[in-house]
Design a binder for this molecule. Structure first.
Ligand code: MSP
Length: 522
């Protein structure tokens, strides 16, 4: 009983599992960084978090790419999934699990799920005749094609005619529509919900869930010439990673249903139509929210693609700008639901203006003044004025707004709010002119002014710690707070910085980057 009372609220967040069909790029980094920011934020608020990512390693596309590389599919995915893991380490990603669909436990669970749906009558055998897009691993009917190409990626499709198992998606059409009615927040942003309603309005057909024309996949346990369709295999990762259908489902009971699935806009359809139908068929609860984010486009506004050679390499970005700056840029530059065009000019501008100029300068000038006027230890005699409340009140409201934006996954607005406090501090320094107070020997007033700025920096650091963990830790350590675990509640209370802290100058947080610096890095 006591243990129950003490159980923390859980929060389960996922990214899509990525196809290891090539090197990870900025589009993959984007979603994983966003999910990481949420996971860190929820942990900071005391939640018991499960953050899952991984790689989607089966299917025709992977089989083909492996062949092109003269490797077996398994040898190939072993190599590329390591690159994803390496990127997550480089970007400071704090995922709790990394699932690979070639994991044995996952394959066995997929087979059990397939059998369960078959036994229930929701999967049946028939003949598939239609078009298939290998890059998207999607089936299309003649009427869905656009100029004879895949309506999603606009690439060639090929005719496929094979014996296949089908999932009775049509049976769940009304359940899904009534789910959308009952839970208007199920799909976000709202525009994606409208797209899905329109999509279902056209009528749902049963979908093909097995293939016989290649072999790289999970075999159907009772009909070995079939492999399970890669999307059925992939979607179930969100539950198999928690031990569903494995005999040890303690984590599944603890964390399911997911609080948020983050997915790119082109795969919202799989997550908001097929995935709920599978879960309903399995008698399982549905995820709470599915957020369809936008794409990063190349600087000619086209979708980045390996064949066009215009994908942006996140390893190179980290080398050039630093990890925290990359994390900041990705989430600050573009609202999470919208598309954005990537350019080094925009990245450089953000870096030099928001990071080097606004925040970096504020930190270095404030800490330098505490050093210069007080040798690092503010005088405890401090003269506060009524006008100082502006900073304190702003900081209080900032926490509330930040919380709301974070809960709505409006990362760019959350960061914009924090930067308002940064600007306010810069203005406050100009207005109070500490250098004049020092000249006039107004020690008590000078100490209060610098205290207010350092205290604001403490709050800013807590808030940005989920976006820019290294920079936040660096500032907090200069404020003599490195031994304190960062706590969300501490951001909400003004005045927690001890008056007699040993404040130190740090190095330059964000050294200005000039356009021609490190141009060869990516
Ligand atoms: N394997 C499937 C997902 C299965 S989830 C059960 C898949 N993989 S993917 O590697 O092609 O894409 C993974 C995610 O990366 C998608 O959400 C996709 O939107 C995202 N991105 C790929 N390129 C992107 C951009 N250029 N910009 C932003 N995200 C994009 O689909």
């Amino acid at each position: 009983m006591v243990e129950n009372l003490m159980q923390r609220e859980t929060f389960y967040i996922t990214t899509p599992i990525y196809y290891p069909s090539g090197e990870p790029h900025i589009g993959h980094a984007y979603c994983t960084v966003a999910a990481d920011v949420v996971a860190r934020y929820k942990r900071l608020k005391g939640f018991d978090v499960m953050f899952l990512t991984g790689t989607d390693e089966h299917g025709q596309k992977i089989e083909t790419v492996a062949k092109e590389n003269n490797l077996t599919p398994k040898a190939y995915v072993d190599l590329v999934s390591l690159r994803f893991k390496k990127l997550w380490r480089a970007l400071g990603i704090t995922n709790d699990r990394f699932i690979r669909t070639t994991n044995d436990f996952h394959k066995k669970a997929v087979q059990r799920i397939f059998t369960k749906l078959y036994d229930k009558g929701d999967i049946y055998k028939s003949i598939y005749k239609g078009w298939y897009c290998t890059p998207c691993e999607s089936f299309w009917t003649e009427s869905q094609l656009v100029s004879s190409k895949c309506p999603d990626c606009k690439r060639d499709v090929h005719w496929s005619e094979e014996e296949a198992y089908f999932f009775k998606l049509s049976k769940y059409q009304d359940d899904i529509l009534s789910l959308y009615e009952k839970r208007p927040d199920f799909i976000q942003p709202q525009s994606r919900m409208n797209e899905m309603k329109a999509f279902i309005g056209g009528g749902l057909q049963d979908i093909c869930v097995s293939r016989t024309s290649f072999s790289w996949g999970v075999s159907v346990p009772f009909d070995k010439k079939h492999v399970v369709y890669v999307w059925l295999d992939a979607l179930t990762n969100y539950i198999t990673a928690l031990g569903y259908a494995s005999g040890n489902d303690a984590d599944f009971r603890k964390f399911w249903p997911a609080d948020a699935h983050f997915v790119g806009k082109e795969i919202v359809r799989f997550h908001c139509v097929i995935w709920p139908a599978i879960l309903i068929a399995l008698d399982l609860p549905l995820p709470k929210r599915i957020y369809g984010h936008g794409w990063w486009l190349a600087d000619d506004s086209s979708k980045m693609s390996k064949s066009k050679g215009n994908v942006v390499d996140p390893f190179g970005l980290c080398l050039r700008y630093g990890v925290d700056a990359v994390r900041y840029f990705l989430l600050r530059e573009v609202p999470f639901g919208s598309d954005g065009v990537f350019s080094h000019e925009a990245a450089l501008k953000r870096f030099n203006s928001d990071l080097a100029n606004d925040l970096g300068n504020l930190v270095s000038r404030s800490l330098a003044m505490v050093q210069k006027y007080f040798s690092g230890k503010l005088s405890e005699q401090q003269e506060f004025l009524e006008s100082d409340c502006k900073l304190k009140n702003f900081a209080g409201e900032l926490c509330l707004k930040f919380e709301k934006y974070m809960d709505d996954f409006q990362f760019s607005l959350a960061l914009t709010e924090v930067w308002k406090l940064v600007s306010l501090c810069n203005r406050y320094i100009e207005e109070t002119a500490p250098w004049t107070l020092a000249k006039d020997k107004k020690k008590a007033r000078l100490s209060a002014v610098l205290y207010n700025v350092c205290e604001s920096l403490r709050i800013v650091s807590i808030l940005i710690s989920v976006f820019m963990p290294k920079s936040a830790a660096q500032i907090l350590s200069c404020l003599d707070l490195e031994d304190e675990p960062i706590k969300w509640e501490d951001a909400k209370t003004w005045g927690l910085l001890p008056k007699n802290s040993n404040i130190m100058e740090g190095g330059v947080l964000f050294p200005r980057i000039f356009p021609k610096d490190n141009l060869g890095a990516d």
